[in-house]
Design a binder for this molecule. Structure first.
Ligand SMILES: NC(=O)c1ccc[n+]([C@@H]2O[C@H](COP(=O)([O-])OP(=O)(O)OC[C@H]3O[C@@H](n4cnc5c(N)ncnc54)[C@H](O)[C@@H]3O)[C@@H](O)[C@H]2O)c1
Length: 420
């Protein structure tokens, strides 16, 4: 297969490298940043004539492959996805499909009209860990699912990096936190519940990463701060020990100590976490009801030590407790009284050495085998993935208005704004 890569940043390079390592060609690249563009071109052997400074330039050329990897920033996806499909490319499209529900639906309609496959990077559906949880549910071992409790533990340094200092700090520039971080979780919930969501309520705020919480004696930037050796958010403490890997790798292509120090001195990641221009929530709770009667609570929080997901799924006959970081899925069937023990079963799914518990390589494998005709649809085909995006947008509307939002009404309103 031949791919074109639009956006050779952190995510785009992961998918392109996975496909390339399996012997597929990365035929062209579009990347705004010249250093990243040259890195991708050199790594994949792409000639200068097929290296472009923007997705629009690449898409103005005749088709150069069977599929496009679109991994630019959230608000660019729509602008690239629609013309790419019109040009004849199937898409491996990063989430969010779009932060706007009407654009999300327009991409779905374009896929239907042009007959293109759009596999949305809801990578967790491909991880052995979440697949195993679903297998346990569908095996009937805990009976019919009644309710789900799901936690997305963002991690304190991760929220500071991505959602306070970084690319996803402002909903007007990227997307609200519930969309950006948790369309994955909305997708997991729909998939595990086996039903569409019918209504949603949500509460949350930006409580901590605000100017009034800045410690006395702190400064606008870490380089000028008297607390730079003691503050846990000091960019020097966050990034210097991690040169070459995430999140330090995001700061600059120059991962030498001098390069990182310069990025901290002048770039966005050297700003004080209490004095950024961030506006997305740092915590949000959401309550959901599904059409099949299942209820769920979802707690999204930046105030955790680990970056991981934890779940409890409660059924008629038993419960599942799952911890992604510990790679443990515990199934306990209910008994007649406290002394009678049914025993519990612990499953430790296969560990795959790729990001998102194996999901990053899993989605590329699935997309490739679909393109090769081994199956007719990917597990995260657009018509499946749109649901999570409607839920995330509806949850954000519920948070902002304080109302319970019915998904059918929300979708109808979004369809009214779509004209593709
Ligand atoms: N699936 C996941 O779990 C997951 C995880 C993180 C991020 N994401 C999503 O992936 C996308 C990319 O995130 P990232 O972390 O790789 O960001 P990034 O900033 O590392 O990569 C985006 C790249 O797109 C380039 N770019 C911007 N405008 C362009 C244009 N018009 N034409 C060509 N290139 C352009 C940028 O220069 C940058 O290199 C985002 O939408 C993000 O929300 C998904």
């Amino acid at each position: 297969m031949r791919f074109v890569l639009i956006g050779a940043g952190q995510r785009g390079m992961i998918y392109a490298r996975t496909a390339h390592a399996k012997g597929h060609e990365i035929a062209a690249v579009a990347e705004k940043d010249p250093v990243r563009r040259n890195t991708a071109a050199a790594e994949f052997g792409i000639p200068a004539a097929r290296s472009f400074a923007s997705g629009a330039e690449l898409l103005a050329q005749p088709r150069m492959g069977e599929a496009a990897i679109i991994a630019t920033m959230d608000r660019d996806h729509f602008r690239e996805a629609v013309p790419a499909m019109e040009k004849g490319y199937h898409l491996l499209l990063e989430k969010p499909i779009s932060p706007l529900p009407e654009e999300t639906l327009a991409i779905e309609r374009t896929a239907e009209r042009t007959g293109r496959h759009v596999s949305v990077c809801h990578v967790l559906r491909y991880s052995p860990f979440f697949r195993e949880i679903r297998n346990v549910i569908t095996s009937g071992r805990i009976g019919r699912v009644i309710t789900i409790q799901h936690n997305e533990n963002i991690g304190n340094y991760h929220i500071a990096h991505s959602f306070v200092r970084g690319n996803w700090r402002r909903s007007d520039l990227s997307s609200p936190l519930i969309m950006q971080k948790s369309c994955h979780d909305m997708d997991l919930l729909v998939w595990l519940a086996g039903s569409k969501c019918s209504s949603v309520a949500s509460f949350g705020d930006l409580t901590y990463f605000r100017a009034e919480n800045a410690p006395e004696g702190s400064a606008e930037r870490c380089c000028d701060c008297s607390l730079r050796d003691s503050c846990r958010f000091s960019a020097y403490r966050c990034y210097l020990p991690l040169a070459g890997s995430w999140p330090a790798a995001v700061l600059t292509e120059d991962q030498s100590e001098e390069g990182l120090r310069e990025a901290i001195r002048t770039g966005p990641y050297g700003r004080c976490v209490y004095r950024c221009d961030n506006n997305v929530c740092d915590h949000q709770v959401t309550i959901l009801k599904f059409e099949n009667g299942i209820t769920a609570t979802f707690n999204l929080s930046g105030f955790t030590n680990r970056m991981t997901r934890t779940m409890k799924i409660m059924g008629e006959d038993g419960e599942i407790r799952a911890s992604e970081a510990e790679n443990v899925i515990e199934i306990t069937r209910f008994s007649a009284n406290a002394t009678e023990k049914n025993g519990s079963e612990v499953i430790r799914p296969e560990l795959v050495p790729s990001g998102h518990s194996g999901g990053d390589s899993g989605i590329v494998d699935d997309f490739l085998s679909m393109l090769e005709g081994k199956h007719s649809e990917s597990a995260t085909e657009i018509h499946e993935s749109v649901e999570s995006h409607m839920m995330a947008c509806a949850a954000e509307q519920a948070r902002l208005t304080g109302a319970v939002v019915r998904l059918a009404d929300f979708r109808k309103a979004a369809e009214g704004k779509t004209n593709t």
